[in-house]
Design a protein around this ligand. Structure first.
Ligand SMILES: Nc1ncnc2c1ncn2[C@@H]1O[C@H](COP(=O)(O)OP(=O)(O)OP(=O)(O)O)[C@@H](O)[C@H]1O
Ligand SMILES: [Mg+2]
Length: 504
């Protein structure tokens, strides 16, 4: 991809900016500037301060010290409204749309064209359509946002940003929820935005992606800037070493051997649920890591939820340890040795206003409770503490609310919770989404440990490398059906992609 080398002009610059949250120093003396027409990437481990930097630009937080200049003038970005006025907008790490409203409502919100005191729907629509045309990004304006795919919802967020005549857009992990062809589309869009003079701040854990699309990379570690370099001077290895302060090493542990004679733990027979998945059959042996690859929306998560007892299949059956297993509800599945890391940490996983302690131990409170003594708080505390340590969660205390953890650390909480139950079957749905390379290594190591002690893992992932690096065997799903099964060294990127895109 061609890079933009037009004369760079600093649009917004930070000079020795610091920001703390209580005792946490999220950003320390950070000096960095973002230029017109350039894609400037921010990389760093979970909790390094990337989103905080983005949020200072967007006026979500206010800096404690240092100065922020826009077009060379000292500026005080004290609210999101003020930032929007200056042309600074963001696509957040978690989408923030009104699901019940239409596409046009979401894009034009707060910027409707008015005639006197009345909103002119016709003119608002025309304006939105003009923006769609300008950026070649079309979504039916009358569609209800909640019914769109994640990729299309994200486009709505981008269109909303473009509709404000943005001069700078912060993308905070925009591709974490996208399939690879959707990510490519997004890269093209980001590229054309930069070409037309928009400054882009691009936050991502996908280092290949960052190396491919950015002009400049700033590395953050523990709130401090390590360096800012032209992208051409960095490599994946140099970035990993800069982020972690360690040697890059191997991302994936050696695959544990599975005993050919090992027993079947889970057997799924002709499982179907209307409009979600159809006639799915497979087995997992004890100690086996079974991948499920496929595009977002191919029915993988729905299948996982049906096995875990979150929703009931319409037909088919499940056997666990050789006995028929009738799914009832999640509590019943947990009792029978299952645990799940759900795909969406907000909607299915965490209660953000509750503490780290509560979020981690919630499904297991019964285990810590006896009818004589009630809840054993000490046991609860020490098990949660252990689990958070093994998963390397960076937190400011187990009593702190989960909403104050960085995105990747929130993801680790889900893993800590699932691993705490020492499950016989772990269902992990996109377990490393949004987590940094160090944490990925930890999660892969934990999955591999489970396999070594004979526990089975169902690993759903959109990251092909993850499936290749971890799974003993993988199924590929497309439109609700299993379209391929690949074993050992048959598991390649091209084999997976070919099956995933197969037309019926
Ligand atoms: N509103 C807040 N209140 C308290 N602490 C916060 C808040 N926002 C961020 N932090 C803390 O500041 C630090 C930096 O967080 P930040 O969200 O900027 O990290 P990040 O680099 O974006 O990480 P990730 O890759 O996980 O998204 C973390 O330790 C985080 O827990
Ligand atoms: Mg973040």
């Amino acid at each position: 991809m061609e890079k933009h080398n037009n004369n760079a002009k600093a649009f917004i610059s930070f000079d020795k900016v610091s920001k703390s949250f209580g005792a946490t120093k999220a950003l320390i003396n950070c000096s960095v500037s973002f230029e017109v027409g350039k894609i400037h990437a921010l990389v760093g481990e979970n909790g390094a301060g990337k989103s905080t930097l983005g949020k200072l630009i967007l006026g979500v937080h206010k800096h404690d010290s240092g100065s922020i200049k826009i077009d060379g003038k000292e500026s005080f970005l004290s609210s999101p409204r003020e930032s929007v006025k200056q042309g600074l907008v963001g696509i957040s790490q978690e989408l923030s749309l009104l699901p019940d409203r239409s596409v046009v409502d979401n894009i034009a919100i707060g910027r409707e064209t008015t005639i006197g005191p009345f909103v002119s729907n016709k003119q608002t629509l025309e304006k939105v359509e003009a923006v769609m045309e300008k950026y070649d990004l079309y979504i039916e304006p009358s569609r209800v946002v909640g019914s769109l795919s994640v990729a299309d919802q994200q486009k709505v967020e981008i269109l909303r940003a473009l509709n404000t005549n943005a001069r700078l857009i912060v993308f905070d992990e925009p591709t974490a929820r996208l399939a690879s062809h959707e990510a490519d589309q997004l890269h093209n869009l980001v590229h054309s935005l930069a070409k037309s003079g928009t400054a882009v701040v691009y936050i991502s854990h996908f280092l290949e992606e960052v190396l491919k699309i950015s002009d400049t990379i700033t590395l953050l570690r523990n709130g401090e800037k390590v360096r800012t370099e032209p992208t051409s001077k960095e490599t994946k290895k140099s970035l990993i070493e800069g982020m972690t302060g360690r040697d890059a090493g191997n991302l994936f542990p050696k695959k544990p051997k599975i005993n050919e004679k090992s027993e079947v733990l889970l057997k799924v027979k002709s499982l179907s649920r209307a409009n979600e998945f159809k006639d799915v059959s497979f087995e997992i042996k004890k100690g086996e890591i079974l991948g499920i690859a496929g595009l977002v929306g191919s029915g993988r998560s729905e299948l996982a939820h049906a096995i875990y007892g979150n929703r009931m299949p319409d037909s088919g059956s499940i056997e666990l340890n050789g006995k028929e297993f009738i799914t009832k509800n999640v509590a019943h599945s947990i009792k029978n040795g299952m645990a799940m890391v759900p795909e969406s940490r907000r909607d299915q996983g965490l209660i953000l206003e509750r503490s780290l302690l509560e979020n981690t131990s919630l499904p297991y409170l019964e285990q810590f409770t006896s009818w004589i003594y009630g809840l054993n708080k000490n046991d609860e505390y020490s098990e949660v503490d252990d689990s958070c340590k093994t998963t390397m969660i960076k937190h400011g205390g187990l009593e702190k609310e989960v909403q104050y953890l960085s995105g990747g650390n929130q993801q680790k909480v889900l893993f800590a919770r699932a691993a705490m139950n020492k499950p016989k079957l772990l269902i992990a749905d996109e377990p490393t989404r949004g987590v940094d390379i160090g944490a990925k290594q930890v999660i892969y190591e934990l999955i591999s440990q489970l396999s070594k002690v004979g526990e089975a893992v169902l690993l759903i992932s959109s990251e092909v490398e993850e499936i290749i690096g971890m799974a003993h065997r993988t199924l590929v799903m497309s439109r609700g059906k299993v379209v391929a099964e690949l074993k050992g060294n048959q598991i390649t990127k091209s084999a997976i992609m070919e099956a995933a895109f197969e037309q019926d």
